[in-house]
Design a protein. Structure first.
Lengths: 111, 116
């Protein structure tokens, strides 16, 4: 089993739709979790950290389920500009050298 | 404030040639990293540094060397390039580097390297 697994997609959704991605992780001792966004041929950029209690930033909601070992990202009212690959990032603990990146989920928002 | 700057952006090498990728950051970050990104795989850590004069191996260090002579610069070297090293390379930096919640990695714009 991979340490971090994501559905590669692509998820093709119309503008205005709500879409959700999940990411599962194998190490129950994982300590911190993040969603990064990567545009085509660009560098990854932090979208949001994932708090234990869940957190929201505008149209984006991130949640953590430790019991089932997954994190989720919900995007409401999708915009064309949301088209990108979303990377799940899990820190096993001990610094960023212990971070594992998922392969990413590709989102395409269609007009 | 430029953030993290990588050079070059593109490079084509022949098998056996050598090259150095330069990463520079102006945020006074202690931690710096080199990753490679291949299709169907997540970013993988090649080498990292927790401060000036220090380096350590990551997940996929073979065939690469690094140096951190100055805090702001982190160099990645390929002594004898192989086709398996064809990839997109990203440099990143962070402060303080614990990977805790609300920390983030700042990435450079990447280097597309092709080895023929």
């Amino acid at each position: 089993r991979k340490e971090v697994e994501q559905d590669p997609g692509p998820f093709n959704v119309p503008e205005g739709a709500t879409v959700a991605f999940n990411c599962t992780y194998s190490n129950s001792a994982s300590q911190s979790f993040f969603w990064y966004r990567q545009d085509c041929r660009k560098e990854p950029k932090l979208l949001m950290s994932v708090y234990s209690s869940g957190n929201e930033d505008g149209r984006f909601t991130a949640q953590l389920n430790r019991a089932s070992q997954y994190i989720s990202l919900l995007i409401r009212d999708s915009k064309l500009s949301d088209s990108a690959t979303y990377l799940c990032v899990v820190n096993m603990g001990g610094g960023y050298q212990k971070v594992t990146f998922g392969t990413g989920t590709k989102l395409q928002v269609i007009p | 404030n430029a953030g993290v700057t990588q050079t070059p952006k593109f490079r084509v090498l022949k098998t056996g040639q050598s090259m150095t990728l330069l990463c520079a950051q102006d945020m006074n970050h202690e931690y710096m990293y080199w990753y490679r990104q291949d299709p169907g795989m997540g970013l993988r850590l090649i080498h990292y540094s927790v401060g000036e004069g220090t380096t350590a191996k990551g997940e996929v260090p073979d065939g690469y060397n690094v140096s951190r002579l100055k805090k702001q610069n982190f160099l990645l070297g390929l002594e004898s390039a192989a086709p398996s090293q064809t990839s997109v390379y990203f440099c990143a930096s962070s402060y303080p580097g614990q990977g805790k919640i609300d920390e983030k990695l700042f990435f450079g714009s990447g280097t597309q390297l092709s080895v023929l």
